[in-house]
Design a binder for this molecule. Structure first.
Ligand SMILES: C[S@@+](CC[C@H](N)C(=O)[O-])C[C@H]1O[C@@H](n2cnc3c(N)ncnc32)[C@H](O)[C@@H]1O
Length: 593
């Protein structure tokens, strides 16, 4: 999959890819490396390091007016990928109210690629460091040949230091530093023999880095750990420290190191180009610095339209079958008046399409709230742990509790304060009957006592509650008109159903099950003909107007069973999240077989 759509929006190559035809006509050295692919299109052989080198020198000449000399046995910087990092630094520093920035490039390489690209679009200056003799002399030569020495100063450094030995004894302050560290711990890793799984196809490009450029003891994690240590000593001598990472797996341990060093203000991002992905990590000791949000993660989050819940091993060990689980879910559907149509099934999976005409799970909560109010109208005693009368009434307390637990949204529960509410045993029986218990709910209801938790719930929960409350207060015709409008939209969403599933960019296990889902024509077909055919066969027809429609896949996953919901349409995706939580709670509350 090409990642170009996630290239930085200002990357000049995002919409206008290098024109190989035009470059070949203008630069004879480039022409030599052009081959025709099977469709007769001129392409470059990216596995040939000479071809990659010539592409970089031609682009630097054509688009930046620079004459750069790149030696044959050193890393060739690819320009479009490098630009993403520079644009990220522009985004970070954009609102500082200062344009003329002074920055550091750690390990600048043979042509100071980051500084030369960065100063072409910004009034910045750079201090560039390099530990390798050959790289250093090429860097000096290239800067001189292009008259850039007044804005970029390159210094030869010892490889035992990263920043401390360079700026530790000076007074100068820098706005930011950037770095493309050696990624690998040894030759095996550098050749892709360690981290590349056998199932992955061969890399489309060859690394052109020499060992001194690509390999460092301990790999990139060790290099950046040292950088973090040194930053801890240098503190705000550099306002923002940053680095690129070659492996996603390095992000989590490095973030942990930052946390352990009590560096709380940090951010990561993705640099995407073609089929290549790199990661950026930045941190600061300055609390006023605000890091921009990563477009890539954001879009992945928004595009994620399926939820998977694996039923815990203890239950898997009961040798429960897919069909048992489906029967269980059918009871839940009937309790919540959710229409269910069965699709393909085997001993290993079962596909269902579920349609809810109304949000019965919120209604059940309302009913229970009402019941709680009635309950607390009777004399109750409510005390906090400290023995004080809580400022919340018992009914509010119980309602909040029920809201948090049962609505099952991903509410951020914080500042929890336990309040014990005594409820007459007869009433609590009624509560037990309907209550949804489970480990996720953290709620305990006994015959004689309800231990409720007064919680601050996250903004999401509040918003959705506000929306529900507004709807409740709307006149019924308005509500009906609104519902009808939504329903039309839902139908339109449905006609895009297959695409929605594709957009979900599933990974790993998700991918397998989605593939199964997409192959199920019955589950996908929502045409009126199909609905009528169902009716003719005596099958129940799904409601034409609905608040939620999704696919459900119950399947064997390793030793366990899993249930996956994939959004097809409805009021909002939050309803699917709520329903999944209801399922989780019901699953956790059922009695052992
Ligand atoms: C992966 S290359 C990056 C080169 C260039 N910045 C680029 O992006 O193409 C890493 C560079 O860091 C240099 N290097 C390694 N350790 C260093 C250190 N402690 N200080 C400065 N440079 C170092 C290497 O010689 C090499 O040129």
């Amino acid at each position: 999959m090409s990642l170009n759509k996630f290239m930085h929006p200002r990357n000049r190559y995002k919409c206008k890819r290098p024109d190989f035809d035009a470059l070949a006509k203008k630069y004879p050295e480039f022409q030599q490396h052009i081959i025709e692919n099977e469709k007769g299109k001129p392409v470059l052989d990216f596995k040939n390091p000479d071809a990659v080198r010539v592409l970089t020198t031609c682009l630097l000449q054509e688009d930046y007016g620079l004459k750069i000399d790149l030696p044959p046995d050193r890393l060739v910087p690819t320009i479009p990928l490098r630009l993403n990092y520079i644009h990220w630094m522009e985004d970070i520093t954009n609102d500082w109210g200062k344009k003329e920035l002074f920055a550091i490039d750690i390990g600048t390489g043979v042509c100071c690629v980051y500084p030369i690209l960065a100063i072409s679009g910004n009034p910045w200056r750079f201090l560039a460091t390099e530990a390798d003799d050959m790289n250093f002399s090429y860097a000096v030569k290239n800067l001189e040949a292009n008259k850039l020495t007044d804005r970029i100063k390159v210094v030869k450094v010892s490889e035992n230091t990263i920043l401390e030995g360079v700026i530790g004894n000076t007074e100068e302050a820098y706005d930011f530093c950037m770095c493309n560290p050696p990624f690998f711990a040894d030759h095996f890793e550098a050749q892709g023999l360690v981290s590349r799984t056998p199932s992955r196809p061969d890399a489309k490009t060859m690394s052109t880095a020499s060992p001194q450029e690509g390999i460092v003891q301990g790999g990139e994690i060790a290099f950046v750990r040292k950088m973090i240590d040194e930053s801890n000593f240098l503190q705000d001598r550099v306002r923002v420290y940053s680095t690129m990472l070659g492996k996603k797996a390095s992000l989590a341990p490095l973030k942990e190191i930052l946390r352990r060093n009590k560096i709380e203000n940090f951010a990561s991002t993705e640099f995407c180009q073609g089929k290549t992905m790199r990661w950026g990590l930045a941190w600061t000791f300055d609390k006023t610095v605000k890091f921009p949000r990563s477009e890539f993660s954001q879009s992945k989050k928004e595009g994620k339209k399926s939820l998977v819940h694996v039923i815990p091993t203890e239950m898997g060990e009961r040798r429960e079958r897919v069909s048992d689980l489906v029967s269980f879910f059918k009871q839940v559907f009937s309790e919540f008046k959710i229409h269910c149509r069965e699709g393909k099934q085997s001993g290993y999976f079962s596909l269902l399409t579920i349609t809810a005409a109304e949000n019965t799970w919120v209604h059940s909560r309302r009913k229970r709230r009402q019941m709680m109010r009635e309950t607390t109208a009777a004399p109750t005693t409510a005390t906090t742990d400290s023995g004080e009368t809580p400022s919340h009434t018992a009914s509010e307390t119980a309602a909040t509790h029920s809201n948090t637990a049962e609505e099952g949204m991903t509410a951020e529960v914080s500042a929890a304060k336990a309040v014990k509410v005594s409820i007459p045993s007869e009433k609590s029986d009624r509560l037990c009957e309907n209550d949804v218990q489970g480990k996720d709910t953290q709620n305990t209801v006994t015959r004689t006592e309800v231990t409720a938790t007064v919680s601050e719930v996250g903004e999401n929960t509040r918003k959705s509650k506000r929306k529900a409350d507004n709807e409740r207060s709307e006149p019924s015709e308005e509500l009906a008109a609104k519902r009808a409008k939504r329903s039309t939209k839902n139908q339109q969403d449905l006609s895009k159903g297959a695409k929605t599933t594709e957009d979900a960019t599933p990974t790993g296990e998700d991918e397998k099950s989605c593939a199964v889902m997409q192959s199920s024509s019955e589950a996908e077909d929502h045409s009126p003909e199909k609905e009528e055919a169902c009716e003719a066969k005596g099958k129940d027809r799904p409601p034409a107007q609905f608040v939620l429609k999704c696919h459900m896949c119950v399947r064997v996953q390793d030793a366990d069973l899993a249930v996956e919901l994939t959004w097809l349409g409805g009021e909002n995706i939050q309803l699917m999240h709520q329903l999944m939580q209801i399922f989780k709670n019901k699953l956790a509350a059922r009695k052992p077989a």
